[in-house]
Design a protein around this ligand. Structure first.
Ligand SMILES: C[S@@+](CC[C@H](N)C(=O)[O-])C[C@H]1O[C@@H](n2cnc3c(N)ncnc32)[C@H](O)[C@@H]1O
Length: 274
């Protein structure tokens, strides 16, 4: 594992305020508290229904298919690692590369460490902050960042993406999940439960244009959708139609109706340290 460096926590003056007026320090504190509390039942809570399980299954399969071939020497960082589900999924699918999980909440890391031990996944875990990653420059081949950005204020996204770019080696691959603005804003207007979640975090969405702007210091930027409403039911009853919808989410403008946008991008080969 690359040597970790001392974790510095960003202060409110370094990063803009959250849209609800709270400082970044307050938001981080709230997120740590929330995920420390959720940690023990996080996996069971999120797999309550078939549609959600189906969504995660599709999402993991899509990400795996976007990853380069891995070898034992590949260094893969997943941040936030949460309870380790994605990395353990990859291990169980036969990936033998070096996997490092980073998260800000000690409670999530503890659960992740237990899962890693129980499954023999051999994950290297480290507490760290997305705004100041405990990793050296140019040390990572693949960086996955799933289900984090919607928790953070949009004005702070460039700093997170800048950190990922810093630690990626030239040519390294970033896969980052964003909540899709079109579907997100519609849900917020129509579903009260969706609105109430904004008390813990800003619930930030991205339009495709914003996503492309965010990754302008990268090359080979691609966006694909995951989680088109109704696909789970469709695949159950008419599997061929379900497959067709997945194809369209990946290849056509239908991706902008999906729940999330999976963005892949590479650090340019000719970049040096930042
Ligand atoms: C919705 S969970 C997603 C976890 C995992 N990626 C997954 O897909 O299951 C959000 C995670 O982000 C972590 N987190 C929140 N703010 C963070 C930050 N600034 N740096 C690193 N991790 C953070 C939380 O502790 C929590 O584990």
């Amino acid at each position: 594992m690359p040597p970790t460096k001392e974790i510095k926590h960003s202060t409110a003056t370094e990063i803009p305020q959250s849209s609800d007026g709270s400082t970044m320090a307050e938001l981080k504190f709230r997120l740590i508290q929330t995920y420390d509390q959720k940690a023990k039942h996080y996996d069971t809570d999120r797999e309550v229904n078939r549609a959600t399980r189906y969504y995660f299954d599709c999402s993991y399969r899509a990400i795996e298919s976007l990853m380069d071939d891995t070898s034992r020497d590949t260094v893969h960082v997943d941040m936030p690692v949460g309870t380790g589900k994605f990395l353990i999924h990859l291990r169980q699918r036969g990936h033998s590369h070096r996997m490092i999980g980073i998260d800000l909440a000690a409670g999530m890391l503890e659960v992740c460490a237990d899962h890693s031990k129980q499954t023999g996944a051999d994950l290297v875990l480290s507490m760290g902050d997305a705004y100041c990653l405990p990793l050296p420059d140019n040390s990572v081949d693949v960086f996955t960042c799933l289900r984090l950005m919607h928790l953070l204020p949009k004005a702070s996204w460039p700093q997170v993406v800048g950190e990922i770019r810093r630690v990626l080696r030239p040519g390294g691959l970033m896969i980052i999940e964003l909540r899709n603005a079109l579907r997100g804003v519609t849900c917020q207007m129509l579903v009260a439960a969706f609105r109430s979640r904004r008390e813990t975090h800003p619930h930030t969405f991205a339009t495709p244009q914003q996503a492309r702007r965010l990754f302008r210091a990268f090359t080979d930027v691609q966006l694909q959708g995951v989680g088109l409403d109704g696909t789970s039911t469709m695949s159950r009853f008419v599997p061929a139609m379900g497959k067709g919808l997945h194809f369209l989410e990946a290849k056509s403008a239908i991706r902008y109706l999906s729940k999330t946008l999976l963005a892949t991008a590479r650090k340019p080969k000719d970049s040096c340290c930042s």
